[in-house]
Write a protein that binds this ligand. Structure first.
Ligand SMILES: Cc1ncc(COP(=O)(O)O)c(C=O)c1O
Length: 347
């Protein structure tokens, strides 16, 4: 069984390895946190304001929202609700197209279900035919990240519809939209027609709340019911519940960051073209680049300069690939300058 491994605590340098908001959260969030009273902190948290803000923000009703302590918790809840071994002893299967966010495997394994891997298609397009071929009577979940992590490649909504229509009764399709603020087409408006789809969102990326841990599970009320049982009633702390409202209200801050991410990606694409390094155009706040045999030198060189990058070489289709967060433009310029020094030295 794969286990959950918390990444090394690298906080002194430039964090381009976890796809966080590299500019920090909105000042409005800090103000809201500073306004918390002792009485609020001493009481179990109320959620009405946060759930209403989240529902309005996403465009669903309040009973189509379940707040979670980071989407990681939401993914575990999905596994607990849909992937436990059945009374008849059948071990459920979860289909995970590769490459994928590593937490899916951990959640599936921890509840004793089987991971069915589907290997990548050329250029990381969603491997629809192979996913459909992998569906069996034991399939209970299909995990799709849109746009995908670590590739940044989006999956068309029509493709997700096809998968949702092809899974057996009782199975769900989990659509992880952690990066949807940066690109790709959201599935949320389709939920009325697809009660077997659960959408995941997080405030860790475009809203800069990774340290507070706030995510959402979205779906038809009846589909969320088993998930509500899997999430502790007070899973979101009061600081997170207050912060998420302030983050949603400061739309301008989020929009400015989305524009900054687009500019950062364009700069990195240009740099990759100059270096002759392959990259995949990304709809996320990160870019996957194929640095090939120079990967260990690049990771070590970046680390020596206080820049943390994510080695994704171990994932199918990603040999010699590094994932780089593209947030604040000044950070991206710093990364590009460091890469230039390292690549010159590595020649
Ligand atoms: C695809 C995907 N889903 C979920 C998460 C986790 O989100 P959270 O910080 O809300 O737990 C991440 C974080 O990197 C991610 O990449």
């Amino acid at each position: 069984m794969t286990g959950s491994r918390r990444p090394a605590e690298l906080y002194a340098g430039l964090r381009l390895h976890q796809n966080e908001h590299t500019g920090g959260c909105s000042p409005k969030v800090i103000e809201a946190l500073a306004g918390l009273t002792g009485a609020q902190i001493a009481a179990y948290p109320p959620y009405t304001a946060a759930v209403e803000a989240c529902a309005a923000h996403v465009g669903v009703t309040v009973d189509e929202v379940l707040m979670v302590n980071g989407l990681d918790e939401g993914i575990l809840a999905v596994a607990m609700a849909f992937l436990r071994t059945q009374a008849d002893g059948i071990v459920p299967e979860a289909i995970i197209p590769r490459p994928a966010f590593e937490v899916f495997d951990v959640a599936v394994s921890v509840v004793g279900a089987s991971v069915v891997q589907v290997m990548p298609a050329p250029d990381f397009a969603f491997p629809l035919d192979d996913v459909l071929a992998a569906i069996t009577a034991r399939t209970r979940a299909v995990f799709i990240t849109n746009p995908n992590n670590p590739t940044g490649v989006s999956t068309p909504v029509a493709t997700i519809r096809t998968v949702a229509r092809s899974v057996p009764p009782g199975a769900i399709v989990f659509v992880d939209e952690a990066y949807i603020d940066f690109g790709g087409e959201p599935f949320v408006r389709e939920l009325a027609d697809f009660p077997n789809v659960i959408v995941g969102r997080t405030f860790s990326k475009a809203y800069g709340l990774a340290g507070l841990r706030v995510g959402l599970l979205l779906g038809r009320p009846e589909s969320l019911e088993p998930l509500r049982l899997a999430v502790p009633v007070y899973s979101i702390n009061v600081a997170a519940a207050v912060a998420v409202v302030a983050a949603i209200e400061d739309r301008a801050y989020r929009d400015a960051y989305v524009r900054e991410v687009a500019e950062s990606k364009a700069l990195l694409y240009e740099a990759c073209a100059r270096w002759g390094v392959h990259h995949w155009p990304s709809d996320g706040n990160f870019v996957l680049v194929r640095t090939g045999p120079r990967t260990p030198a690049i990771l070590a060189g970046a680390l020596a300069r206080g820049i943390y990058l994510k080695d994704r070489s171990g994932e199918p289709g990603c040999a010699g690939c590094v994932r780089i967060t593209t947030g604040v433009v000044a950070h991206t310029r710093q990364l590009i300058a460091a890469m230039e020094e390292i690549l010159c030295g590595a020649r």
